[in-house]
Write a protein that binds this ligand. Structure first.
Ligand SMILES: Nc1ncnc2c1ncn2[C@@H]1O[C@H](COP(=O)(O)OP(=O)(O)OP(=O)(O)O)[C@@H](O)[C@H]1O
Length: 266
């Protein structure tokens, strides 16, 4: 700690500590296939995701959004480049360590809900914690279940729940263990506007009230407006970034991106 005492006043000459990162992609490349059919899904993508921040990733279809998210979340490996979750470099991990990291430090909310059909809603929600031998913080879990309107559905199996309720169960499952970072791939893609609003509001609350980190892929400017920043991808590159987005500013940037894409394609 470098500070100079001036009488009773201590003046710190230290530059503020940088915000710790929840995740970082550095020069990430991902190619699929080879030869004429080769696709460069990610082409030198570098991005930081600060702790306690909500980021939305947007961009035209095929721009690499899901690929980026899957590489960040350790569900897919990049062709080259590095991914860090906190201080952990994913490429150094064995399969077993990667499974543990996903289980203990990451929450997932995907469009296909991936609920276990034979378990009740509550059993699905606590499953990752049960496997890890951990328990949810009771007041946090109660808060999540209340805010997602699930308290009277906890004994139902997924087949007895609507699509919106199933997605809210998947969201509660991701939030229950308060993981370091939550990834959502189109988390509101199948939902009506009410369920969609509830899912986004709880993700926002997880960030705002509990300092969690959330990264979602979405096509919906309204969903993106819940984020602190929006990162825009096109053709496997990050081409733009917007802070404090509103649905209108996001829509405007997306229109510009589409215009550029149309110009490039001729
Ligand atoms: N398993 C795969 N094999 C071959 N090509 C793939 C594979 N997965 C993705 N791609 C290609 O990589 C590119 C990026 O795909 P990705 O799914 O990341 O895009 P996206 O921005 O998420 O698209 P969308 O918005 O349509 O979901 C696309 O051209 C896609 O066809």
């Amino acid at each position: 700690m470098s500070s100079h005492a001036l009488g009773a006043v201590a003046v710190s000459t230290e530059t503020p500590a940088p915000t710790p990162l929840a995740a970082r992609a550095q020069n990430l490349n991902k190619t699929y296939g080879s030869g004429d059919t080769q696709v460069r899904a990610l082409d030198g993508v570098s991005a930081d995701f600060a702790r306690g921040e909500f980021t939305a990733i947007m961009g035209p279809s095929g721009s690499g959004k899901s690929t980026l998210m899957h590489c960040l979340a350790g569900l897919d490996s990049a062709t080259s480049g590095s991914v860090m979750i906190g201080d952990t470099e994913l490429t150094t991990l064995s399969d077993k360590q990667m499974t543990q990291l996903r289980r203990d430090r990451i929450g997932f909310v995907f469009q296909a809900f991936n609920l276990v059909p034979t378990l009740t809603a509550l059993e699905n929600i606590t499953l990752p914690l049960d496997i890890a031998g951990r328990k949810a913080d009771p007041s946090w879990l109660d808060n999540v279940l209340t805010r997602l309107g699930l308290k009277d559905r906890l004994d139902h199996r997924p087949s007895e729940l609507s699509g919106g309720q199933q997605q809210r169960v998947a969201c509660a499952r991701a939030l229950a263990g308060q993981p370091e970072i939550i990834f959502g791939d189109e988390p509101t893609g199948n939902l009506d506007s009410r369920s969609s609003g509830e899912v986004l509001a709880i993700l926002r609350a997880a960030v705002g009230e509990f300092g969690q980190t959330v990264v979602i892929v979405t096509h919906d400017p309204r969903a993106a407006s819940y984020a602190d920043r929006v990162v825009f991808l096109a053709d496997g590159h990050i081409v733009d970034e917007l802070r404090d987005p509103t649905a209108e500013t996001v829509l405007d940037r997306m229109k510009r991106l589409d215009t550029v894409a149309v110009d490039v394609e001729g």
